[in-house]
Write a protein that binds this ligand. Structure first.
Ligand code: NDP
Length: 302
């Protein structure tokens, strides 16, 4: 019997995993989705108590201080320290309690700022990250370093996935991801020109479950849509406006920062292992997410 503990189980990705697991829960797996109310993972004793209570054999480690560009730019120290603490507490406690496998989450935004494209898994440590989010990025990069160190010293199979930008039901709709409603103007922060790859949270959840069960390497793996599915921020805004049936004007506020212009990632490694995985079509996934936001407006994070 596998016991899977999901840290960050109440967030965007955690809720998607829960939805996928509920649909086809195998009989030899029991899952527990922990939020910060279960344990503050910046605290070692609380982390140990959670693991002692749940006795996981496997861990999907999603818990993190996560924020958009503007939150990161002003809080690099907090992003660095909180994420370093959370990651060290979770990995060391998992090791001490004998967990067989831990799948942690990096992000394509932690890759070097100056790089060649497409980015691949071998480039995580090749140079400084974008200055806007160096705290978050270095904390995340150290998960990969730590995974290798647990493997070298103890033979542990602790690995990591590298998702591109994620969206879906239960997202955090705070002001920097402006959502149009009845207003006449929908403001896009920045020029709208930067390019991004977006993965739907439910697709990512399926891929992470596959990683947990079938991907046996310490080396990280990029979980992203194909390079051809990259879109501009303006195109994302258009898709959101369409899903809201918004008839007003889309305006780019160029006084706001753009962040990294692009961070095109290659999913060739994923495709070599899972050639037929079908990602949900972008507009369909946006429509479903917008419908969820409208239906859950009162308790959505915003
Ligand atoms: P969310 O912000 O939606 O959720 C964060 C989760 O972490 C919540 O369950 C939260 O618990 C938990 N958490 C935060 N701080 C603590 C703490 N001190 N102790 C215990 N739990 C804590 O994040 P996402 O689902 O979007 O992200 C999941 C993972 O994916 C993260 O590791 C993130 O870095 C990574 N990622 C995210 C991307 C994105 O676009 N969103 C892109 C690429 C990677 P609670 O809500 O109960 O307080």
């Amino acid at each position: 019997m596998k016991k899977v503990l999901v840290t960050g189980g109440t967030g965007l990705v955690g809720k998607a995993l829960e939805a996928v697991i509920k649909n086809h829960a195998p009989t030899d797996e029991e899952w527990y989705f922990a939020g910060s109310k279960d344990a503050d993972l910046t605290n070692l004793a609380a982390t140990q108590a959670l693991f002692a209570r749940e006795k996981p054999t496997h861990v999907i480690h999603l818990a993190a201080m996560v924020g958009g560009l503007f939150h990161n730019m002003n809080n690099n120290l907090d992003f660095l320290r909180n994420n370093l603490l959370i990651n060290d507490n979770v990995l060391q406690t998992a090791h001490e309690q004998g967990c067989i496998k831990v799948v942690s989450c990096l992000s394509t935004c932690i890759f070097p700022d100056k790089t060649i494209y497409p980015i691949d898994e071998t480039m995580v440590h090749n140079g400084p990250p974008h200055p806007s989010n160096y705290g978050y990025s270095y904390a995340k990069r150290l998960i990969d370093v730590q995974n290798h160190a647990y493997h070298d010293k103890y033979g542990r199979q602790y690995t990591s996935v590298i998702p591109c930008n994620i969206f879906g039901p239960h997202d955090n709709y705070k002001p920097e991801s402006d959502v149009p409603e009845s207003e006449k103007v929908f403001t896009v922060f920045g020029s709208g020109k930067p390019l991004r790859q977006f993965v739907y949270s439910l697709d990512l959840a399926e891929l992470m479950i596959w990683v947990l069960r079938s991907y046996d390497s310490v080396e990280p793996i990029i979980l992203s849509v194909d390079e051809a599915q990259e879109v501009t921020i303006y195109e994302v805004a258009q898709a959101i406006a369409k899903a809201f049936d918004f008839k007003g004007k889309l305006v780019c506020d160029t006084s706001k920062a753009d962040g990294q212009y692009k961070k095109t990632a290659s999913n060739a490694k994923l495709r070599s292992l899972l050639p037929d995985f079908a990602f949900t079509e972008f507009e369909t996934a946006i429509e479903t997410s917008v419908r969820w936001y409208k239906d859950n407006y009162d308790h959505a994070r915003k």
